[in-house]
Design a protein around this ligand. Sequence first.
Ligand code: HEC
Length: 95
Amino acid sequence: MRQRTFLRLCIGIPVMLFANAAVADGSGQWLNGQDAYSKVCGFCHDQGIGPVIKGVAKNSDLIRLVVRAGNRAMPAFRQSEIDDATLAKITEYIQ
Ligand code: HEC
């Protein structure tokens, strides 16, 4: 396993656990797309772990696909973690 991939997983797995915990205790409500983006996606995408996507990723189908299915070091998020309405708001914010 490449070192960088390993590092991404070390960070990614706790983030996924954190995302689950946030939903489980009922506090998994975000104010808007920006809030959800900065608390979930920004953790990687604004810190140089994932590529910059804000203002760069334009295709909403691609964003939805990557978020639901994951892609290599990008974790997949289920409906119970980020629901469709929130994902739509995040997508709008990114675009
Ligand atoms: C654990 C870190 C992490 C989190 C959290 C995360 N991502 Fe990612 N994301 C990545 C990484 C790393 C990649 C690059 C995947 C690769 O090519 O190996 C990526 C790739 C992407 C891509 C494809 C970008 C491109 O140009 O190829 C999109 C779109 C994306 N992420 C959206 C999101 C959204 C929306 C969220 C929040 C719901 C999110 N990501 C949360 C790490 C993360």
